[in-house]
Ligand binder design. Structure first.
Ligand code: GDP
Length: 296
């Protein structure tokens, strides 16, 4: 069990009691503990370095007010800064488009794209009364198309047929046409992932993006990916104008460091977290809660 940051800092900062301001000498040791906590939470090293430098800047000269000890004051700064960097508030899905509002899903194979389509479709249908159409452009894995069909049936939204003999782009055009003719509010497009970044996958999803002109392009990333999430996020962010991120598998052991890393790399808001395999396992992302989880 990881010791939480407050406990760890309490040892370091005992000697700082009675000082009115945070100074370079009295925060150096404490920041070392913060750095360890972030690395243990799987925040990528370059991101940790930038973060520590920023916190140091902000903390220096900060007054220690009232009953706070310098350690508490520093934790306050760390918490605020983490929350600020992860977006401060929750960003909702943007559906402000001439219908259908198109949502394109991007991410590696196994990240949770298909599952997330089912979850979001259910959410939009139940909480916003949207008429949702889902389609799979994953022509490499017939099982993925079948998986989406089953999910659509389960959550009670319409599924647009596609199969392995078709081109992803042709599937996308046909689905948009169908969605327009049948007055769907939202069209969600699931795409093929690979086990690792590859050029063909990126080219394919770029073409899909150009065809669909989606209002939301969501990058789905597995929180358990930890440090690797940075490279994946970087590659997708360079290939596509992402509008948001969904961090899946937060019901597992992941401390959530990937949230900070991915936000830092892409600059795009994390909109939801996945918290289970079921279609109800999705929650809006709350930066302040994630900050606490990262700090332990
Ligand atoms: P895709 O290849 O990106 O479409 O990924 P899938 O949607 O097929 O998901 C891959 C695996 O991750 C499946 O076994 C899902 O049930 C599982 N999964 C997806 N999201 C979550 C989540 O938030 N929590 C958990 N525990 N499992 C998830």
């Amino acid at each position: 069990m990881l010791d939480n940051l407050s406990n760890r800092l309490s040892g370091v900062v005992k000697s700082l009691r009675g000082q009115a301001r945070l100074s370079e000498t009295n925060i150096t040791d404490a920041l070392r503990e913060v750095r360890m906590a972030l690395l243990e939470a799987d925040v990528a090293l370059p991101v940790v370095k930038t973060f520590i430098a920023e916190v140091k800047q902000r903390a220096l000269g900060q007054e220690v007010i009232g009953s706070l000890t310098p350690g508490q004051a520093l934790i306050g700064v760390v918490n605020e800064e983490l929350t600020r960097l992860m977006g401060e508030h929750n960003d909702a899905l943007n559906l402000a488009a001439v219908p259908p509002a198109i949502i394109l899903m991007a991410g590696l194979q196994g990240a949770g794209k298909t599952t997330t389509v089912g979850k979001l479709a259910k959410l939009l249908k139940e909480t916003q009364k949207k008429k949702v159409l889902v389609v799979s452009a994953d022509v490499y894995r017939p099982a993925a198309i079948e998986q989406l069909k089953m999910l659509a049936e389960q959550v009670g939204v319409e599924w647009f047929p596609s199969d392995a003999s078709q081109q992803p782009d042709a599937i996308a055009r046909a689905a948009v046409d169908y969605a327009k003719r049948h007055y769907f509010d939202v069209l969600m497009v699931d795409t093929a992932g690979r086990l690792a970044i590859d050029e063909a996958m990126m080219q394919e999803i770029k073409t899909l993006h150009a065809t669909l002109n989606p209002i939301e392009t969501l990058f789905v990333v597995d929180a358990m990916q930890g440090q690797d999430a940075v490279h994946t996020a970087q590659a997708f962010n360079e290939a596509l104008p992402l509008t948001g991120v969904i961090l899946t598998k937060m019901d597992g052991d992941a401390r959530g460091g990937a949230a900070l890393s991915v936000r830092h790399i892409t600059g795009k808001p994390i909109k939801f977290i996945g918290v289970g395999e079921k279609t109800t396992g999705i929650e809006p992302f709350h930066p302040e809660r994630m900050a606490s989880r990262i700090l332990g």
